[in-house]
Design a binder for this molecule. Sequence first.
Ligand code: BG6
Length: 297
Amino acid sequence: MIDRLQAEFGIPDCAHITSGNNGLPKLVLSHRSGSAVEVYLHGAHVTSWKNSKGEELFFISRSSHFEPSKPIRGGIPICWPQFGGQGPLPQHGFARTRSWRLLRTEKLGDDALVAEFELSENADSLAMWPNRFTLRYQVLLDTHTLTIGLRVMNTDDDSFDFQLALHTYFQVADITRVAITGLTGTTYVDTLRENVRETEERNSIRFDSETDRIYVGAPDAVVLADEARGRVIRVEKKNLTDWVVWNPWIAKAQRMQDFGDEEYQRMVCIESGAIASPVTLAPHESWECATTFASET
Ligand code: BG6
């Protein structure tokens, strides 16, 4: 299968399909500048983004599963069509545990590289969620940016609702020296305090305990400063209303089987999403969103 994918989608020096962890196929896009991104077909899961200096920007747990039926812990899990346990489906929906189809790889005129993945309903998804759909997921790599685009198509005769989160795990050097800015004055739902709604008063969000918040109707740009490393990443969403900010801290890290006890110190999740107000998609309509990550230093 990997040889067939490589023959169809490989581009010399730019796009390679190789055998990833546990033999799962992954696509590696390598930009002329030195930046690179890796995407597993399992979940269309971005597991690595390196900037042009070759520094890894995303976090992957050393204890992550790489198995067809389980989500990968780190990178960008696509949570769809349900966020968390907010419905009858498995936690965070099923898109992150399905194998997606690679549709296209291309080198664009300005040297940016693009790959596109597709997922549609199958008997398993219809058994738990009776809607026909097609998702198209686009990964666009440039010198300083990674842009993720998702298009949801309702191919059915009835409307359906969905939630979405691009559950991005950033690698940080020291969680106690991390600041997230851009959310001052935004309302958040505190998942750890019975979903109480409060307003973020701080100019910088910092971490000294478990954090699990949904910032609703939030501004489109947030900035992550990894102060210990002197690194800044700007994240910008389009047509998505919410951000989730999550760090499991000590006790939850210990409870998570696919996450090392100490790893909470080296990661933070900033997830762009449509969570608080699910999207309603009419029959034969489509909907699009995007998120761009920019490595500023
Ligand atoms: C976050 C949720 O988005 O995902 C957290 O807000 C949850 O509550 C976390 O613990 C991880 O979820 P999972 O299913 O990948 O362990």
